[in-house]
Ligand binder design. Structure first.
Ligand SMILES: [Fe+2]
Ligand SMILES: [Fe+2]
Length: 153
């Protein structure tokens, strides 16, 4: 078992990989929205499948964080981070709901071009909220481990 005074490389490595994977998925969806000439039926199908994949991944990621892991470990090391960690975890349902609204808006679409553009704007907002969320998680973990992990700009 890792000493409490030392960074657990397994937990931190896992967190970094998870956050990088999420970032890559979100980036792919943003690129799909931004690509020229929106919303042929084929492109909508591809985009929807990317969004569903991201949704599944995000759901699992949040569930893992809620079950324990690096946030809990950071709080164990530094109990004063407990309120910050709880408030970060409370953001999960809202973030999933925000992504669900983007998916719901383009799924049964009557005007693909219009819904594509609106959904693209909404996805940009969601991705900014996700970036802020992950940044605050990284900040708690960095503080809990009392180490500069190079996670905060
Ligand atoms: Fe989270
Ligand atoms: Fe996370």
């Amino acid at each position: 078992m890792a000493s409490i005074d030392r960074t657990d490389p397994v937990i931190l490595g896992h967190m970094l990989v998870e956050h990088r994977d999420l970032f890559n998925l979100i980036f792919s969806v943003r690129s799909a929205f931004a690509a020229e000439a929106a919303s042929t039926p084929d492109r909508l199908t591809v985009l929807l499948s990317m969004l569903h994949h991201l949704r599944d991944h995000l759901h699992d990621h949040f569930a893992q964080e809620e079950e324990g892991g690096f946030l809990e470990e950071a709080v164990t090391r530094m109990p004063r981070l407990s309120a910050a960690a709880r408030s970060i975890l409370r953001q999960h349902p809202g973030l999933l709901a925000e992504l669900d609204r983007v998916i719901g808006a383009i799924e049964p679409t009557t005007d693909p071009a219009e819904s594509w553009s609106q959904a693209g704007d909404d996805f940009e907002m969601f991705s900014a909220h996700m970036a802020a969320h992950e940044q605050s998680e990284n900040a708690v973990v960095q503080e809990g481990y009392n180490e500069d992990l190079g996670l905060i700009e």
